[in-house]
Design a protein around this ligand. Sequence first.
Ligand SMILES: Nc1ncnc2c1ncn2[C@@H]1O[C@H](COP(=O)(O)OP(=O)(O)OP(=O)(O)O)[C@@H](O)[C@H]1O
Ligand SMILES: O=P(O)(O)OC[C@H]1O[C@H](OP(=O)(O)OP(=O)(O)O)[C@H](O)[C@@H]1O
Ligand SMILES: [Mg+2]
Length: 285
Amino acid sequence: MNKLRVAVQKSGRLNEDSMQILKDIGIYIDNGIDQLKASAKGFPVEVFYLRNGDIPQYLKDGVVDAAIIGENVLVEKGEGINVVEKLGFSSCRVCIAVPKGDNYNGIKDLEGKRIATSYPNTVQSFLDKNNVNANLHIINGSVEIAPNIGLADAIVDIVSSGSTLFKNNLKEVETILKSEAVLAVSPVLSAEKQAILDKIRFRIQSVLKGRSSKYVLLNAPNDKVQDIIDILPGMKSPTVLPLAEEGWSSIHSVINKNEFWEVIDDLKAKGAQGILVCPIEKMVL
Ligand SMILES: Nc1ncnc2c1ncn2[C@@H]1O[C@H](COP(=O)(O)OP(=O)(O)OP(=O)(O)O)[C@@H](O)[C@H]1O
Ligand SMILES: O=P(O)(O)OC[C@H]1O[C@H](OP(=O)(O)OP(=O)(O)O)[C@H](O)[C@@H]1O
Ligand SMILES: [Mg+2]
């Protein structure tokens, strides 16, 4: 049987979360420490450990069928490659930054300036869209140092917490794009491989829905049950079970994890007690 070849970053910021999501969807890999290719147990998938920056070319060449990769790298050099799932980790943005003391009034201020970056295509198309001409200096790492050593007037690089910019006395002035880890696929897949990919996507969606939700259990007096259901409508409708104590019920529901703190005061005000909030491993609607 044809296996789906899936690339993940060999080491770096995406590696750990990529391996975790594969595990969560039931793709278990016994990889020796220096192995560059490994077969999954019990699922028709082969995993390739590659550099994030090399993955777009491998996808284009059909050497791998799918990959977990930073979206920003696909924007830079992944034309023709499809993003099929956003994975919710390694969130960052690609930004323009200039020295903190500069008086920056807009993108036109970069006309004729030197910009250091590892993402020349992304920067060039942003400049073209804004009708700005600038000179790009392509460097592969430590981009934020460039203005301090006189190599550039501005930089374009990845920003997450902003601490690297801060440490290098730079300020963020434009966001070119936002990025997160994604599942990307080669434009050509056999029907057999497409079927394996569809199973992987279904499993990823179940895991991501579970990660973004919480299971809530609470007790309430019977005359408050409807008020509480109005606050916690759940997936289809909450489960309501009688408690051993007369006049009380237990209500079970699912809530978006970001909404819980918003509704907790309302729940308490309606008489909810003994509120438990539990993680959900997988969720299939
Ligand atoms: N500080 C950060 N916070 C969040 N995500 C980040 C950060 N830096 C990079 N990323 C994301 O993680 C991806 C991998 O970054 P990392 O620095 O591990 O590798 P790389 O240098 O791009 O790649 P390679 O594997 O080719 O050496 C980036 O493409 C980006 O999408
Ligand atoms: O806004 P922050 O949270 O400071 O993150 C941004 C930094 O993170 C990335 O570098 P990384 O640490 O991956 O090092 P690298 O350049 O060796 O890839 C990126 O290139 C920035 O330098
Ligand atoms: Mg990096």
